[in-house]
Design a binder for this molecule. Structure first.
Ligand code: IPM
Ligand code: MN
Length: 357
């Protein structure tokens, strides 16, 4: 089969990790008889430098017309003082909105080989965990009305959280469908003791839950969820939550896997075209030093094969190769933990994974 993939390498370590994933995809293409055509597009800080805007029209069009998008990361200190509407992050939010990608899947599981890189106590990690965060991605406070105004105490700023029933229903359905293919358990996370949007969220999730009698569904307040995630992550299967809570909890979930450098994500809308990216940022402190962990991006490429292209066997092969590489004790600097291993480079890790494909 033939697929057109838009590459948005972005800033910082973005180019290095996307190059790694492209190398892996090229090997997969040769091995399984597929052609992947890659077209690069600018977004983020590099686009601000080149064209004066974070998300050029050509990038949006190119991504829309591709079979899927592979993205590295955007942002960096160089662009941190720009006004909100022309910050690099605007590119990511703009792409998610333009492509209608309302579902963000962020799986997090513990690799037994990495138990020593994990910050939780061994007796907690022994129980293992394998969860997926289903994060709503095109609504909530990220996209609500915001601004500056004169308030009671002088100048103030505001951001607004708004959710429609439609937006909650469609993300809830994704969560329940996901749960049906897993351990049939959904935990819906909100702040219904304070927020009106959360009360609508809860009500709506319960209504959709009634359509899935086989799935056990419980509510959890977000503050409690943040605590339960580090107390006993094994109790989570599918987590469904709003844009901002999902953003925060997925960083927490990544840390208990050992490193944020391991977590892949897929962003999907109603069609097959998705955006695949690691959940971590552009790590400007290690950019250009060949130190980054490419695993999250390589696993994001595997998710692309699985969810957008229907290439299950190929996706399994990548995940297996990553697993075997970790089992063999190969470590980038972020996951050395207590292993005593000498860290490999980004290209070194990529070569190790490819050698196991
Ligand atoms: C993420 C990132 C983005 C988000 C930023 C860069 C806009 O943190 O994908 O988790 O908040 O969604
Ligand atoms: Mn984030």
């Amino acid at each position: 089969m033939e697929f057109n993939i838009a590459l948005v390498k972005g800033d910082g370590i973005g180019p290095e990790i996307v190059d790694s994933a492209v190398e892996v995809l090229e090997v997969i293409g040769k091995k399984y008889g597929h052609t992947f055509n890659f077209t690069p597009y600018l977004a983020g800080g590099c686009a601000i430098d080149a064209c004066g805007e974070p998300l050029p029209k050509e990038t949006v069009e190119g991504c829309k017309n591709s079979d899927s998008v592979l993205l590295g990361a955007v942002g960096g200190p160089k662009w941190d003082t720009l006004p909100g509407n022309i910050r690099p992050e605007k590119a990511l939010l703009g792409l998610r909105a333009a492509l209608g990608l309302f579902t963000n899947l962020r799986p997090a599981k513990i690799y037994p080989a990495l138990a020593g890189a994990c910050t939780l106590r061994p007796d907690i990690i022994e129980r293992g965990f394998d969860l997926v965060i289903v994060r709503e991605l095109t609504g909530g406070i990220y996209f609500g009305e915001r601004g500056r105004r004169e308030g009671k105490y002088g100048p103030e700023a505001y951001d607004t959280e708004a959710y429609s029933v439609m937006e909650i229903e469609r993300i809830a359905r994704v969560a329940f469908e996901t749960a049906m293919k897993r351990r049939k358990n959904v935990i819906s996370i909100d702040k219904a003791n304070v927020l009106e949007t959360s009360r609508l969220w809860r009500e709506t999730v319960h209504r959709i839950a009634a359509e899935y009698p086989e799935v056990e569904c419980t509510d959890m307040l977000v503050d409690n969820a943040a605590m339960q995630l580090v107390r006993d992550p094994s109790r989570f299967d599918v987590v469904v939550t709003s844009n901002m809570f999902g953003d925060i909890l997925s960083d927490e979930a990544s840390q208990i896997t050992g490193s944020i450098g391991l977590l892949a994500s897929s962003s999907l809308g109603s069609g097959k075209c998705g955006l695949y990216e690691p959940i971590h940022g552009s790590a400007p402190d290690i950019a250009g030093q060949n130190k980054a962990n490419p695993i999250a991006t390589i696993l994001s490429a595997a998710m692309m094969l699985r969810y957008s292209f229907g290439l299950t066997e190929e996706a399994d092969a990548i995940e297996k190769a990553v697993n075997e590489t970790l089992e063999a004790g190969v470590r980038t600097a972020d996951i050395v933990g207590d292993s005593g291993a000498t860290p490999v480079t980004c290209t070194g890790m990529t070569a190790e994974i490819i050698s196991r494909l």
